[in-house]
Design a protein around this ligand. Sequence first.
Ligand code: 5SP
Ligand code: FE2
Length: 233
Amino acid sequence: MSVAPMIAPSILSADFANLAAESAAVGPGRTAGDPGADWLHVDVMDAHFVPNLTLGLPVVESLLKATDIPLDCHLMIEDPGIWAPPYAEAGAYNVTFHAEATDDPTAVARDIRAAGAKAGLSIKPNTPLEPYLEILRDFDTLLVMSVEPGFGGQSFIAEVLEKVRTIRKVVDSGALNLIVEIDGGINADTIEQAAEAGVDCFVAGSAVYGATDPGKAVAGLRAQAAAARAHVH
Ligand SMILES: O=C(CO)[C@@H](O)[C@H](O)COP(=O)(O)O
Ligand SMILES: [Fe+2]
């Protein structure tokens, strides 16, 4: 059974000099009954695992003081065994790292959970799902990348939806309790196919922060996802 569609705006496309205001722009209460973003997605890049550099723990610590929206930290970094648990200790809600970055994903997940956060595993577009199916019981989230990690504003890779369909069946069979998240190229043109494939949580950077009204964009994407899902189930 999947959860109601969740929207996680990525601050990668926000103004880094105004992160408090940018998080408030997608927060609750803009209009009566609008819950706002479910999670705020924070892309941490180290210029080694991916060819880009963004922000790290000090910025996340400041953001935690500036917003009540749960932080969904997506660590595109080497050595997650060393660097991931501190994000959980700081108070991030969900800490996701890449399967390709470690030989022992289960140990990293255990340390993240022990430090008080949900643990997420992310796989790049060309990384198969099957080798990880057995260990996913140690995770709370599976983040399927639908672009090559490193940059916002790229085009959606629809082929990854096959992995989403597979994991959706496993979760719906009751074998796993997992939030299925997708990241990269999600916008008004692509969110419906992702929802139909079985995604629970949709990361959107440029589609939210490139909009005139980011809060309205969040509500619009959620409505599209809910309608597409209702159409399938
Ligand atoms: O992790 C990443 C990129 O590596 C993403 O979270 C992007 O920030 C999503 O941006 P859009 O594709 O939605 O513009
Ligand atoms: Fe991301």
